[in-house]
Design a protein around this ligand. Structure first.
Ligand code: NDP
Ligand code: OXD
Length: 307
């Protein structure tokens, strides 16, 4: 079996991990000169030329959970199954990031950082975990992990997703009315939704205004979910207290962008959950072996939904 591999970063590490996880396969780094037709492509941000060259693929496996960039690639073959990463070692990191933001809000760390910069000693009243209801937008692999970790820590948690579901210990919401109800009762909203036609610009001025005065927003999914100008206006006016951003419509975040220096924004460079090489390759190897045996696998992208 031949596998063509392309990753825009850490290519050598990915190749070693994939070859170790799937010793029965020949793993080829993609290049324009590659002269074999592979059975599977394992990719992160591949060049369009890869799909133009590889005409015999039985499946395309993404090294990441979000497949919006792949789906936006006009060269992506329409008739080849596209498979996303499901957790692959990323969910525990999302739990950590979500907890970090909730604890930062609970203990008013952005406020104390600003007071430190101003040289002011200004203690604020006690706030308990039950005073900080959290909205998790997205009830997939990442959203559920983050929501359960927050719940286990004592925060009241509500989850919003496209289809109705029952999640133990978690209030669940769907639809526009459900989103409004959830945001109106939450002090912190955490976006863990895929970027699709339906979610692009979801958190615009109108919906951000559903959050209570002084609430905080966390975006760990894709920058385009949030209307940047609406977010800046809400932070500038003090309507929203703080934003924790890991993802941006343009990455790397351009030099001089207002997010870099905004006093009410904490940002990280798209590292909320990094894909661990070994865990991710073990999952890919398992899925390829199942496909070879004609078995069903999880994570096959429904192209009509966009995730
Ligand atoms: P999943 O596909 O497992 O879950 C997606 C969730 O979003 C589902 O609950 C789905 O609803 C919900 N959803 C999709 N569309 C809508 C909609 N229009 N309205 C309401 N809910 C919707 O994805 P993951 O949890 O694995 O990952 C989520 C995203 O996180 C990825 O797409 C990626 O963009 C981002 N990510 C970011 C990382 C980082 O480092 N910053 C790392 C990993 C992922 P339903 O359950 O009804 O289908
Ligand atoms: C992903 C990511 O989608 O890292 O996996 O953003």
């Amino acid at each position: 079996m031949d596998i063509v591999l392309y990753s825009a970063k850490d290519l050598q590490e990915w190749r070693q991990a994939l070859a170790a996880a799937l010793p029965e396969a020949r793993v080829h780094r993609w290049s324009e000169a590659l002269d074999i037709q592979a059975d599977y492509a394992v990719v992160w941000k591949p060049p369009a030329a890869l799909f133009a060259q590889q005409r015999g693929l039985r499946a395309i496996l993404s090294l990441g959970a979000g497949v919006n960039a792949l789906l936006a690639d006009p060269a992506l073959p329409a008739d080849v199954p596209l498979v996303r990463m499901e957790d692959g070692g990323m969910a525990p990191q999302m739990e950590e990031y979500a907890l970090y933001c909730a604890l930062s809000e609970l203990r008013r760390l952005p406020h104390y950082a600003a007071e430190q910069r101003a040289g002011r000693w200004s203690p604020r009243p006690l706030r308990s975990r039950s005073d900080l209801p959290v909205a998790v937008l997205g009830a997939g692999v990442m959203g559920r992990a983050a929501a359960r970790a927050l719940r286990a820590f004592g925060f009241p948690v509500g989850v919003w997703s496209r289809s109705p579901k029952t999640l133990e210990g978690l209030a669940h919401f769907t639809g526009e009315a459900g989103l409004r109800e959830l945001l109106e009762r939450s002090r912190l909203a955490i976006a863990l939704l895929p970027l699709t036609a339906d979610t692009t610009g979801l958190l615009d001025a109108r919906r951000l205004a559903w959050l209570p005065e002084g609430a905080a927003l966390v975006n760990l999914a894709r920058g385009e979910l949030v209307d940047d100008e609406a977010l800046l206006a809400a932070l500038d006016s003090g309507r929203l207290g703080h934003a924790y951003l890991d993802v941006f419509a343009s990455e790397p975040l351009p030099a001089g962008h207002r997010f870099w220096s905004h006093p009410s924004i904490s940002l990280t460079p798209h590292v909320a959950a990094l894909t661990p090489f070994d865990a991710a390759c073990a999952q890919i190897a398992d899925k390829i072996r199942r496909l070879e045996r004609g078995e069903a696998i999880g994570g096959v992208v429904d192209r009509s939904r966009g995730y």
